[in-house]
Design a protein around this ligand. Structure first.
Ligand code: AP5
Ligand code: MG
Ligand code: ZN
Length: 230
């Protein structure tokens, strides 16, 4: 995708969806078009865990079992990166907020700064989520996401972006995936009504090729096809 002219572009976005819906995959593509930082709560936790920080050690207990990390820890970690005046540079939030407490904390922050432009929901049925997560490999260095069948790297086991080693995520074990899908349905899905009422929610069908889904995301934000366009 080519980068767009700044100005009229949406600058504060949220990407939501169940585990394996393609949030990270699509967020990476969108940041090639919109010049805003990609802030993924799961990636931040994994970064802390790899550094062995107290926050990372605490978060691991929850992540490895597919449960949500407590709200106070999560909201502090994410909001410190986007609170005013940092919100002026925009943001693409991936996987945050995930329940009403977090949505309210973000609303309170946005009321002191700039509003969110779009909340994009990527919808994918459960059986496809399981297939995607069981074949996913991620880069241990830059977190780029691959799939052994649908999005393989050029060299097996190596990241195309940075050359790092590819690994499976601890929470992609089938037992943890089942818990993550349940937690999404029970804790995150009910939050969507809040965004539907605000008129900012756009739902995108996440089935199909990665580039097809990416085009749908752009269309949902009235940005039209990306190929060759300014
Ligand atoms: P997080 O890292 O956010 O995990 P998740 O929400 O479960 O989502 P994933 O990252 O697994 O999936 P994705 O939607 O990004 O899909 P991807 O693009 O990789 O959170 C992990 C944990 O951290 C949570 O369980 C929780 O413990 C904690 N946490 C995080 N945020 C939190 C919060 N706000 N509050 C509390 N706790 C929090 O794609 C998946 C696979 O499918 C890849 O292999 C990809 O190549 C492939 N794929 C993508 N698109 C397609 C396509 N169109 N067709 C075929 N394959 C595709
Ligand atoms: Mg992700
Ligand atoms: Zn990498």
């Amino acid at each position: 995708m080519g980068r767009r002219e700044a100005g009229s572009l949406p600058q504060r976005l949220i990407i939501l969806g169940p585990p394996g819906a393609g949030k990270g995959t699509q967020a990476k593509k969108l940041t090639e078009v919109l010049d805003v930082p990609h802030i993924a709560s799961g990636d931040l936790f994994r970064h802390h865990r790899s550094k062995g920080t107290p926050l990372g050690i605490k978060a691991s207990e929850y992540m490895n079992n597919g449960l949500l990390v407590p709200d106070e820890i999560t909201t502090a970690m994410v909001l410190e990166r986007i609170q005013p005046p940092l919100d002026m540079q925009g943001y693409l939030l991936d996987g945050f907020p995930r329940n009403m407490f977090q949505a309210q904390a973000l609303d309170d922050m946005a009321a002191r700064g700039r509003p969110v432009d779009y909340v994009i929901l990527i919808s994918v049925p459960d059986d496809e989520l399981v297939a995607r997560l069981s074949g996913r490999h991620i880069c241990g260095a830059c977190q780029a996401s691959y799939h052994i069948k649908t999005a393989p790297p050029s060299t097996p086991g190596r990241c195309d972006r940075c050359g790092g080693d590819l690994l499976q995520r601890e929470d992609d074990r089938p037992e943890a995936v089942r818990v993550r899908i349940r937690v999404y349905n029970e804790e995150t899905h009910p939050m969507l009504d809040h965004y539907a009422r605000s008129g900012k929610l756009v739902e995108v069908d996440g089935l199909g090729r990665i580039d097809e889904v990416a085009e749908r995301l752009l269309k949902a934000m009235h940005l039209g096809p990306s190929v060759g366009g300014p």
